[in-house]
Design a protein around this ligand. Structure first.
Ligand SMILES: Nc1ncnc2c1ncn2[C@@H]1O[C@H](COP(=O)(O)OP(=O)(O)OP(=O)(O)O)[C@@H](O)[C@H]1O
Ligand SMILES: [Mg+2]
Length: 361
């Protein structure tokens, strides 16, 4: 069941207004947008991840059309404040607050809960040592929101099935002189420097390896480096923080109960379809993606839906190569088994039958 709701966000408006730079007049401009909230396939998530959940959703609700100072590490600017032609998103997204990620990309904020943006929640959570676990399909913004919240301070470990203990805590490396030198790994670096560490794709890291974070995430706040007794026990400095991100449906994902219980904030990160539209993605493609996503979550036939990443790529590809090229490209990016259904949905939405992109003789 899909329901339409208007979310009153007066509280957030007030909060944002408080932050307005005194020297700049805020326009008296507010808008309310209808948003659609889809149900989440609780069973799938619960089975694989095994915890209660809430969801990050966007409101694109009352927005301010001016300069808003954001807290946190990354710097906030308005879309109308000195933004150059560097991005065509700016005009389309006017009024939506954003943070600049270390790679220079903008991250447009959404809501987590009633009054705060997800970036604000992440920043507050760090102060209170409530570790967040972000889960959701690929390309919905899990990594991007974490980078937006912590900026250059963030250390990221991209987990794989082959991630070893040494990849987290460090190990010995050979020197040109033929000796061995101990080098701290990113987890130890984050602990001693009091920095946040994102364990990206945490669900595919071997749970045995992840026991390394247990002591740092509970009351002990320390890790004993057994591989190098001289290095001894490392204490986590204030500011040390662990964020986990995972796609719960990826093959081989498993998270131990002990680890899950150390993450006290659990949230599903979903694609923000209204925001994708505001960022310039063809509304018809957004409609198609939203439909597919809804069907996928209800377990109704289709097992794939374009998420934020695919939608932004669609926008850019369409701009470069045209609509037919972009639609066929999107069809080709779907898993092979799903392409037939994607083609049918595109035909229903666009009224024309497009095929999967192919280079033929
Ligand atoms: N709120 C947002 N504002 C701007 N861009 C966004 C936003 N959310 C996602 N994106 C874009 O979508 C892309 C995918 O986001 P990201 O890499 O964070 O996804 P992810 O959930 O970490 O995916 P994966 O599970 O594959 O690691 C990013 O490159 C970013 O450009
Ligand atoms: Mg990611």
């Amino acid at each position: 069941m899909i329901e339409n709701r208007v979310y009153p966000n007066n509280v957030r408006d007030e909060k944002m207004l408080e932050h307005l730079d005194e020297t700049i007049k805020a326009p008296q401009f507010k808008e309310l947008y209808d948003i659609q909230v889809e149900p989440v396939d609780l069973e799938v998530i619960r089975t694989l991840v095994g915890f209660a959940m809430s969801s990050v959703r966007s409101d694109l609700d009352p927005v301010l059309d001016d300069w808003v100072t954001k807290g946190g590490h990354a710097e906030g600017r308005s879309l109308s404040d000195g933004v150059t032609g560097e991005d065509m998103m700016a005009d389309k997204a006017e009024g939506v607050d954003y943070y600049v990620r270390p790679n220079g990309e903008k991250y447009f904020v959404r809501n987590w809960g009633e009054t705060l943006t997800e970036v604000e929640v992440l920043i507050k959570a760090r102060e209170a040592m409530h570790f967040p676990l972000l889960f959701g399909p690929p390309g919905t913004g899990k990594t991007a929101m974490t980078e937006a919240a912590y900026g250059e301070d963030l250390i990221t470990v991209l987990g794989t099935g082959d991630t070893e203990l040494a990849d987290l805590v460090g190990g010995y490396i050979p020197t040109p002189e033929g000796q061995y030198l101990w080098v701290d790994g990113p987890l130890i670096q984050a602990a001693i420097e009091g920095r946040p560490i994102l364990l990206d794709e945490i669900g595919i890291i071997d749970p045995k390896v992840l026991t390394a974070v247990y002591g740092l995430m509970d009351g002990r706040r320390e890790y004993r480096i057994t591989a190098n007794p001289n290095r001894g026990t490392v204490k986590a400095k204030d500011g040390f923080f662990v964020i986990g991100a995972t796609n719960p449906n990826a093959p081989g994902v498993r998270l131990s109960e002990a680890l899950l219980s150390r993450f006290t904030l659990h949230v599903e990160v979903m694609t923000d379809f209204p925001m994708a539209q505001r960022l310039g993605v063809d509304p018809l493609m957004v409609k198609a993606a939203k439909h597919m996503d809804g069907q996928m979550r209800l377990g109704q036939g289709i097992g794939w839906a374009p998420q934020f990443r695919e939608l932004l790529a669609y926008r850019d590809v369409e701009k470069m190569f045209g609509k037919q090229f972009a639609i066929e490209n999107l069809i080709a990016s779907a898993p092979e088994l799903e392409r037939g259904q994607v083609i049918d949905i595109m035909k229903t939405i666009f009224g024309v039958r497009y095929e999967s992109a192919a280079i033929k003789s």
